[in-house]
Structures are given as structure tokens and as C-alpha cells.
Design a protein around this ligand. Structure first.
Ligand code: FAD
Ligand code: AMP
Length: 479
């Protein structure tokens, strides 16, 4: 038995590393255990998000978007860029450089804040003891007043298409292709499938996305989802709805995929197949039998609204617990738990967590969709404004999509804020702030927005809620 800590965090992704830094800032003696190793056996911090998730995917999305613009959209704007080519190796090098810089930054933050970093696999034993086993199998046990589990998630592997790491890959493999696949199959039209499909489509792949459900992006407001689907299809993404993949076989350097849709059994051939059917909580070899921590029926660690597990002094945050699998949700929970351990009583406002799909157009939203409100029988008003009527969007050659604001019919309080279009990921922050402050649509309508900006569409959508938009004919929608 060695040092005793106030807090031991297991996992150094955005849930764990943020919790550890916050706990240390609050004066708690804190250690963070992370098992991820680089090829030269050095500890890697940052988890899925920094290493194989948010950051590398956004690096590839940004670069591939620039490539597509230069290849297709420059000429009509008077820019002559002949023979635009992609140097895939260099693109990957840049992506890896960004990842390295950011993950190295966390090591620096740990040092600056006095967080002890422990390299190895952590296992929670009874009474908040954590056994850490290194690569060579050597174990050491630490003790803590509080343990925060932040072990994240892993891609789901489905029996019809086991990953082989070369032809049939998960999201991690899809960030590492060494050539642009001619024909690329993607299973699952969720956030990850659409983002990664977009990257490779922009680089020249013929992309087919097979999605088992009949509704495109069912969690997204359907007016927004339909607008996005139209634009993805216009870009050449072949999205097949109601298509359940039933098998995948690698034959003569091709993946032969069988699937079923409304017309019956179908087949398709791809050079590579990305399986993006969701992620599962990662708890492998994490809990001893007497740890006292319970799981729910889907394998998530069971926690209450404040991320407390059933075991006293043990907390869990991020992808390993219920709720959306998002980096910023994980970090919010990490901060809340650190604060709670230090004796404060903050809460995460789960109603104000934004969601973003970083395709082009981007799709972003916070709060409720019209479909949810209808199902709940709520009375609401809707204001929308299309980017087609926004001067800045036109100037930027990205005048498609819309902003949609849904407000309570009686109180005018904003209930939902939805964007499909340019920089939706940035614009949605305005909705998050408005909702966090409990503002009404009228509050936004009475706010002065700079001209010309994409955000003027937020202003106009807010005005439209009461039928007062200036730059579009008002078609106030009341429910
Ligand atoms: P993770 O980031 O998964 O970190 C868990 C860490 O725990 C890992 O480093 C793991 O090695 C370590 N660990 C696990 N078990 C142990 C153990 N027993 N002992 C020691 N260490 C252990 N989210 C967004 O919000 N925005 C995005 O744009 C976005 N894009 C994504 C793109 C892709 C391709 C993917 C795959 C995910 C994306 N996500 C995005 C989701 C986001 O990455 C996750 O929600 C986030 O990383 C969850 O954080 P976490 O701290 O809970 O877990
Ligand atoms: P997400 O959970 O947002 O990452 O999305 C994953 C998507 O994959 C969901 O929309 C599922 O409906 C879809 N999916 C799961 N299994 C299959 C399958 N066998 N064939 C096609 N789509 C699938």
C-alpha cells in the first residue's frame, strides 16, 4: 500500500482529466490513472476525444472541407486553383501533430496543477482502493477518499461485420486510411458515420451509408434533419435508409456486404467498410466483485443525477454513464463531481447540452425538437430563418440551411434552438447561453446583432417567433 489520495480518477479522457485538474485546483490531493500507451510505451493522455475522436476527426473534416472547396467551389468565386491535389500522408501527419500537441498539453496541465499521473490499468477494489497494473504486469494499490471512474467507451462490434482492422474498421481505423478508398461503405447514419463518410467522400470516395432505421437522424428536429439529408444527398452521399446490414465478407480484396431493405435482400461491394453503429461503455476488468458499484441493464455504470454510484465515495462520469456520449457532457460532469467532493453543490443542466454534427452543412441543436414537444402535448411557437436570406452566408458561398427557434406559447421561454448551415457548431452556443439564462425569444429579438453576420439569422428567427421577422415574409407557426 502506498500514498493515500483525496481523489483518484480512473481514465484521462475529457471526463477524467478535467475532473482531476478541477479537483487539484480545489486543493485536493489528486492522482489520475490512465492505461493508454504510445508505441514507445509512454503514457498517452486525452482519451478517445483527443486521440481517436473529436480532435482527429475534426482535423480531417476541416482539411477535407478545404480540399473540396478548392476543387469545386473556387472557380465560380473567381479563384483559379488548377490541379488541386491531396497529399494524404501530409494530411495525416498534420492531424497527428495536432493530436500530439493537445495530448502533450494535458501532461503540462497535470504538472502545473499538481495532479499525479499514474500509468497503468486501474481496477476498483472495495473501500475505494485502486489497483494499478502496468504493462509488465506489476501491480500497486492506492487508496483514496474518493474515486472518479471516467473510463469512457469503445466502438460497438456487431457479429455480421467483425473488425479486421484493414477492410472492416471502426471509427479509429477510419481516421487512418493510407489511401482514399474508391468505394466506401459506412454502416450507421449516426453522427460518427456521417462525419467520417463526409471526410472520405470529399477526398473522392464513392460513399454509401446503410442505415437500419427509416427516419434520418431521429433525435434531430425533423425539419432540420430533412434539410440536412437533402444537402448530403446533393453532395453525392448515397444514404440508404431502412437498410439493415446482415453480413460482410472479405473476398478478393473487397468487402461484400449483404443487407435487407424494403425491397428484400441486397448486396454491395466496397473497398473499405466503416462500422459506426454506436459505442458501448468501457468497463473491462474495471470493477472487483466487491467494489459495490452497480451497472444498469445496458452496461453503463449506474449513477444518480449527481454522478454518484451505489458505492460510497465512488463517482462516475462521461461516456461510461447514462446520457449523450459527448466530450463536453463528460467534462461538465467531471467538474461537477470534483466540486461536490470539495463540498460544493453544483449540478449539470442536462437540458442545456448542445449537440453537433460537424458535416457540411453542420447540424447543431440544444433543447427540444418539435417532435418531442408535440409528443409532450406542449403549446409552442416556432420562428425560422433561412441562410439563403442572410447576406454574410451568401458572401461566404454557404447560403443553405436555417435557424429554428421554438418557444413556449405562454411564456415565450426558448425550449429548442436548432441550426443546419454554416458554422452551426458556433451559432448554437447562442442558443445554449439563452436557454441557460432562461431567456425568451423576445429577449433575443431585442438584442442587437452585428451586421453582416451569420448570427443575424438567430435574430431574425427570434423575431419570427412572434411574427416580426424583417428580412423574410412571416409565416408564424403556432401549435
Ligand atoms: P474517453 O475519452 O473514452 O476516455 C476514457 C479514458 O479512460 C481512455 O483514455 C482510456 O484509455 C482510459 N481507461 C479506460 N479504462 C481504464 C482503466 N481501467 N484504467 C486506466 N485507464 C482506463 N464528442 C464531442 O463532444 N464532439 C465531437 O466532435 C466528437 N467527435 C467524436 C468523433 C469520433 C470519431 C468519436 C469516436 C467520438 C467523438 N466524440 C465527440 C465523443 C467523445 O470522444 C466522447 O464522448 C468522450 O471522449 C468521452 O469522454 P470520457 O472521458 O468519458 O471517455
Ligand atoms: P449512433 O448511435 O448515433 O452512433 O448511430 C448508429 C446508427 O447505426 C444508428 O442509427 C443505428 O440505427 C445504425 N445501425 C445499427 N446497426 C445497424 C445495422 N446492422 N445496419 C445498418 N444500420 C445499423
Amino acid at each position: 500500500m502506498s500514498d493515500k489520495y483525496d481523489v483518484i480518477v480512473i481514465g484521462a479522457g475529457p471526463g477524467g482529466y478535467v475532473a482531476a485538474i478541477k479537483a487539484a485546483q480545489l486543493g485536493l490531493k489528486t492522482a489520475c490513472v490512465e492505461s493508454w500507451s504510445s508505441e514507445d510505451n509512454k503514457q498517452v493522455l486525452g482519451g478517445t476525444c483527443l486521440n481517436v475522436g473529436c480532435i482527429p476527426s475534426k482535423a480531417l473534416l476541416e482539411i477535407s472541407h478545404k480540399f473540396e472547396e478548392a476543387s469545386h467551389d473556387y472557380e465560380m468565386q473567381g479563384i483559379i486553383a488548377k490541379d488541386v491535389k491531396i497529399d494524404l500522408a501530409k494530411m495525416m501527419e498534420r492531424k497527428s501533430g495536432i493530436v500530439k500537441q493537445l495530448t502533450g498539453g494535458i501532461a503540462g496541465l497535470f504538472k502545473a496543477n499538481g495532479v499525479t499521473s499514474i500509468h497503468g490499468h486501474g481496477k476498483l477494489l472495495a473501500n475505494r482502493k485502486v489497483e494499478v497494473t502496468d504493462k509488465d504486469g506489476k501491480s500497486q494499490t492506492y487508496e483514496a477518499e474518493n474515486v472518479i471512474i471516467a473510463t469512457g467507451s469503445k466502438p460497438i462490434e456487431i457479429p455480421p461485420a467483425p473488425f479486421d482492422g484493414d477492410y472492416i474498421v471502426d471509427s479509429e481505423g477510419a481516421l487512418e486510411f493510407t489511401e482514399v478508398p474508391k468505394r466506401l461503405g459506412v454502416i450507421g447514419a449516426g453522427v460518427i458515420g456521417l462525419e467520417l463518410g463526409s471526410v472520405w467522400a470529399r477526398l473522392g470516395s464513392e460513399v454509401t451509408v446503410l442505415e437500419a432505421q427509416d427516419t434520418f437522424l431521429p433525435a434531430v428536429d425533423q425539419q432540420v434533419a430533412k434539410d440536412a439529408l437533402k444537402q448530403f444527398q446533393k453532395q453525392g452521399l448515397n444514404i440508404v435508409m431502412g437498410a439493415r446490414m446482415t453480413g460482410a465478407e472479405i473476398k478478393r480484396k473487397l468487402v461484400n456486404v449483404s443487407y435487407e431493405d424494403s425491397k428484400g435482400k441486397q448486396e454491395a461491394k466496397f473497398d473499405k467498410l466503416i462500422v459506426a453503429v454506436g459505442r458501448r461503455p468501457y468497463t473491462d476488468n474495471l470493477l472487483s466483485e466487491d467494489s459495490g458499484v452497480q451497472m444498469d441493464e445496458r452496461g453503463f455504470i449506474f449513477v444518480d443525477d449527481n454522478c454518484k454510484t451505489e458505492a460510497p465515495g465512488v463517482w462516475a462520469v462521461g461516456d461510461v454513464v447514462r446520457g449523450p456520449m459527448l466530450a463536453h457532457k463528460a467534462s461538465e460532469e467531471g467538474v461537477m463531481v470534483a466540486e461536490r467532493i470539495a463540498g460544493h453543490k453544483p449540478q449539470v443542466n442536462y437540458d442545456c447540452i448542445p449537440n453537433v454534427i460537424y458535416t457540411a452543412p453542420e447540424v447543431a441543436w440544444v433543447g427540444k425538437t418539435e417532435e418531442q414537444l408535440k409528443a409532450e402535448g406542449e403549446e409552442y411557437n416556432v420562428g425560422t430563418f433561412p441562410f439563403a436570406a442572410n447576406g454574410r452566408a451568401m458572401a461566404a458561398n454557404s447560403a443553405s440551411g436555417l435557424v429554428k427557434i421554438i418557444a413556449d406559447a405562454k411564456t415565450d421561454r426558448i425550449l429548442g434552438f436548432h441550426v443546419v448551415g454554416p458554422q452551426a457548431s458556433e451559432i448554437v452556443a447562442q442558443g445554449v447561453i439563452a436557454m441557460e439564462f432562461g431567456s425568451s425569444a423576445e429577449d433575443l429579438a431585442l438584442t442587437c446583432f452585428a451586421h453582416p453576420t451569420l448570427s443575424e439569422s438567430v435574430h431574425e428567427a427570434a423575431l419570427a417567433v412572434a411574427g416580426g421577422a424583417i428580412h423574410i415574409a412571416n409565416r408564424r407557426k403556432k401549435k
